[in-house]
Design a protein around this ligand. Sequence first.
Ligand SMILES: [Zn+2]
Ligand SMILES: [Zn+2]
Length: 284
Amino acid sequence: MSYSKVHRYFLRTIASSGVMSVDEAHRVLTKFTGEPILLKNCIQEINDVIRPYQQSIKVTYNESTNEEVVIFLTHAWDSISESQKIFTAKELDYFRLLIEEIMSIDVREITGIHAINLVNKMGQKISMLQAENLLAKWCKMYYLEKIQNKYRLGVRTINEFEDYFEKYMPDVMKDCYICKKNVFWGANCIACEKAIHTRCLNQYLEKIKKWPCCKLDFSPDQLKQLNESQRMTQITQTFEDTQSIEERSENSTASNVENDNTEEMERSQNTDNIRRLSRKRKRE
Ligand SMILES: [Zn+2]
Ligand SMILES: [Zn+2]
């Protein structure tokens, strides 16, 4: 199919929402045309057109929500023309600090207060109020994800900043033993510490109850732990949807500043092994 108003409509929709589920994308296309259109082809045809503008649409797995999503990507951190820049220089500085902080902690998330306090590392360039607004804006744009007042990297950051992670944080990046893609929250093998996506591991375990890397038995306890940690994410997200308004107002207090680091340390020490990604560099 040649580039038509269907493509333009789909591009506009995905560019303004940033991320949508694959099901939703199908619905958008069908609603517009009244007949089924192959999502894959449509995306490919749009990508051929927008590639010169350093933009692309991608279907990917959202490790955090455990679903297939369609995302709109711009190479935000690259030095491209001003008009396309999503981050100002100041904002990008703050965003990089956030990424580095989140990635330096085993559980890959930081509290709201911790996130806001990072502006102290930037001199007077960004105020705490500005930081709070930016955090909310980036959540809306799927650059960050907020779960129970803690910030994680959003699916857009994970995909858009892929080269950035490889270049500036090779030590913290791990490839999944099974699919070879980056792992942010998966499991580590208890014996060899290889990182594996929860989904990849679960699919493997359906066939054989062993760690795929060193073929060590996967005990019922570990399986239970893995499933519970997944369920927790899902429950938390439903909770987040209904509580977002109250949480937003909670978030605006920056008074417990001193408690924050202690809390963070305790939390990362208590992380169970199954969700921990070791920070040693290990590549296949
Ligand atoms: Zn994987
Ligand atoms: Zn192993």
